[in-house]
Design a protein around this ligand. Sequence first.
Ligand code: F6R
Length: 259
Amino acid sequence: MEVIIRPNKEIATELAANLIADMVIRKPTLILGLATGRTVEELYDKLAAKNLDFTFCSTFNLDEYIGIDPTDKNSYRYYMNKHLFEKININKKNTHLPDGMAKNTVESCKEYEKLICDHGGIDVQLLGIGRSGHIGFNEPLSALSSRTREKALTPTTVEQNSPLFDNPADMPKRALTMGVGTILEAKRIIMVVTGSEKAEILAKAVEGPITSMISATALQLHPACTIIVDEEAAEKLKEKEYYRWIFENEPEWRPYSAG
Ligand code: F6R
């Protein structure tokens, strides 16, 4: 795991967008794992502004609320169309989200896993972290080997996301989400964390023991995971100086560290 500290959200999301852009350029058939949420909105704006060719790319989102139609503006399908898919030249047929309206969620989740597998797996998975420590909607006590499935959302997550609904009471309390095990199979992981409200959970996720109480700690097991954070989110990390040293000295970061 690597932790990269950038001065603010703008520069942190620009770095993440540059990393993903370089991957799309290197591999035009890139399979992207995508997240939704406030943290990645700015990243998608920056990625879309790069005018890349997404014709041959495919995407798989982490999660979707149960019982919310894809045309509903609170659905993650709507979010993705608005923030990314409608701004780039991706073929919508190549964009996938779990089906929150599925009658048989068990079968539908199995099919989602199979589809990822049929595409050869996810090349790069983008993540945010929830205040509960979730990645995707893997709430505390999600098995570290879990697969795509239905999950109940914790009160912390409902508190975090319900203000995004016109009527906060309309926020579903259940969702479909890739499992922790599914996420860990991505070839590369990039997590972006910004803002002081994430500082405490970030420190636990990066520097604390691996525990299913905080799903993000499972990222410590991944061989190619980069966590890009801003100074506010980095506030409670103990080894900040070491992380800064890595960014300044490791050759792989040289192309990105100027300025
Ligand atoms: C959303 C998702 C979540 C978010 C997390 C952070 O698809 O998978 O894990 O990444 O809840 O959300 P924000 O960025 O809104 O704080």
